[in-house]
Design a protein around this ligand. Structure first.
Ligand SMILES: O=P(O)(O)OP(=O)(O)OP(=O)(O)OC[C@H]1O[C@@H](n2cnc3c(O)ncnc32)[C@H](O)[C@@H]1O
Ligand SMILES: [Ca+2]
Length: 495
């Protein structure tokens, strides 16, 4: 007779346990996946108005709400160019400055989701045009700032102030922008120097290889756990519009008057042959960058002669290199360590060199091409570019010669390191300029210390959890099979 010895509890208990553990693992994975996954991507926004000397631009930035402290996360969502000139041109009609912003700020309301308006910070920073107006007429500059402030406070955004930023801030925030966008700030790979050429001032900022001898040119940052010791200088009056005035002013002063009845004929090598324009001296001398001269109401003939090397000589005269109270200077007695590393040159550095297709050549070839360009008759230039703004077009020869003189004679770049300069407008989607760095700083979006990062990225984490769960399941299966086999063997032994 066959005797069957059987444990009636064994099999269901193992199956039950396996089910419970499997369900547990599935729930665990599901919860951790949902918990860890950024739910629907949410964006935050910030607005910065760049109130430059020549014009105002509105920049809207956006970033994923959960990743505020990560480098490279903030991107430019939209820009709007305010119609008309810069806010400093409204000194006689301050209310007009605030009104001029209306259209672009309406656009900003459309671009940013309404439920985010109240928490979106808006900052206005004014640069060299307002610095000059403040020097000339402080009351007028305050009225203009009041007017733009009032206009921004009327909006649904979170108004954070309208002020004139210093030249050091302008330089340093430009440097932060280009290095943030190039994702240099969390890597040990070195940084990019920043060269900004505006209408009324120009900035140079970089990490020098030598000691900074003047306190005014030194600025320190601690970003993502790294210390940066920067050299920066802003030359007020050396933006390209003011530099043109300085240069023309010097030429006018040294041009003899034929007789009292005829206006001066200013023969200008920085303008094309055949270029001829009647100007009032007031348009040249209406700036605090130059001392007032007697002939301010007189007309003069501005006549182009198109000679690059003479143009260069004339531009050199606006740089004073005759004194230097430090071991090294750029010009006008300003300390500057020797330039080192790569540089990003933006704003008018880019507009001008890009228009002339001079962004990729050696220094020597750049000079040769520019000499040919400057000697091209104005008629031919105007016919070749019928749609380009005539003021810009007539000034490209001067502007590019000024850029070369500033970089070579001023900052002491040479043909050996000329190609360390990249002429750039944007990095990724975002414009190079001081505004992004300004916002990142004011919103504390670049922490001094590196933020904690998750042990592994989201994808890796999910894969790890799934593989680990599978491993447990396989192990359980193996244990179950082992038990089943040993139970059967025991049964057989009893039989
Ligand atoms: O920094 P500040 O000095 O306050 O001046 P800004 O901010 O107004 O100066 P921009 O960089 O906007 O422009 C620099 C100069 O380049 C001029 N500019 C702008 N677009 C240009 C283009 O396409 N071609 C040539 N020049 C241009 C502009 O009129 C200024 O004189
Ligand atoms: Ca500017």
């Amino acid at each position: 007779m066959e005797v069957k010895v059987k444990n009636p509890w064994h099999r269901p208990v193992v199956i039950f346990l396996a089910c419970v553990i499997t369900a547990g693992i599935i729930i665990m994975v599901a919860i951790s996946v949902v918990q860890y996954k950024p739910l629907h991507q949410k964006y935050k926004y910030g607005i910065v108005l760049d109130a430059g000397s020549s014009h105002t631009s509105v920049f809207i930035y956006e970033w994923p709400a959960e990743k505020e402290n990560n480098t490279g996360m903030v991107r430019q969502k939209h820009t709007c160019n305010v119609q008309g000139k810069g806010i400093s041109s409204y000194s006689d009609n301050p209310m007009g400055a605030g009104t001029s912003l209306k259209d672009c700020m309406e656009e900003a309301k459309q671009k940013i989701p309404a439920h985010r308006h109240h928490e979106t910070p808006v900052y206005l920073g004014a640069t060299a045009g307002m610095r000059l107006l403040k020097m000339e007429n402080e009351e007028a500059s305050e009225k203009v700032l009041d007017s733009v402030a009032r206009s921004l406070k009327d909006l649904p955004f979170s108004y954070q102030g309208a002020r004139i930023i210093s030249g050091q801030e302008e330089g340093a925030f430009g440097w932060i922008t280009v290095n943030y966008l190039s994702e240099n700030l969390r890597k040990p790979t070195g940084t990019l120097g920043a060269l900004d050429l505006g209408g009324a001032s120009t900035q140079i900022t970089f990490v020098p290889q030598q000691e900074i001898e003047s306190h005014d040119n030194s600025i320190d940052f601690r970003l993502y756990g790294n210390d940066y010791h920067l050299y920066t200088h802003s030359f007020l009056c050396y933006g390209k519009d003011q530099a043109l005035k300085l240069s023309m002013g010097k030429k006018i002063e040294s041009t003899p008057k034929a007789d009292e009845t005829h206006p001066i004929e200013l023969r200008d090598p920085c303008f094309h042959p055949g270029y001829n324009f009647t100007r009032t001296a007031q348009t040249v001398f209406n700036t605090p960058c130059m001392k007032k001269v007697k002939m301010a109401n007189e007309n003069f003939f501005h006549v182009g002669t198109g000679n690059w090397s003479q143009c260069r000589q004339s531009i050199r005269k606006i740089f004073n290199t005759s004194y230097c109270p430090y071991s090294r200077c750029s010009f006008n007695g300003v300390f500057q360590p020797s330039v080192s590393g790569n540089f990003g040159a933006f704003s008018a550095f880019f507009f001008v060199m890009d228009f002339l297709k001079l962004t990729n050549d050696s220094l020597d070839l750049t000079k040769q091409k520019l000499a040919t360009y400057c000697s091209t008759p104005w008629k031919e230039i105007a016919e070749t570019h019928p749609h380009i703004n005539k003021k810009y077009l007539s000034e490209y020869c001067f502007s590019a010669t000024y850029i070369l003189t500033l970089l070579e004679d001023g900052y002491k770049f040479t043909s050996n390191n000329w190609n360390d300069i990249s002429f750039i407008k944007k990095i990724g989607d975002s414009d190079a300029g001081w505004t992004l760095g300004y916002m990142l700083n004011l919103t504390n979006m670049i922490p001094a210390e590196a933020p904690d990062v998750p042990l592994m990225p989201y994808g890796g984490y999910v894969t790890f959890m799934l593989l680990f769960s599978l491993l447990i399941l396989v192990l359980l299966l193996l244990v179950y099979l082992y038990f089943r086999r040993s139970t059967r063997t025991a049964q057989k032994d009893i039989i």
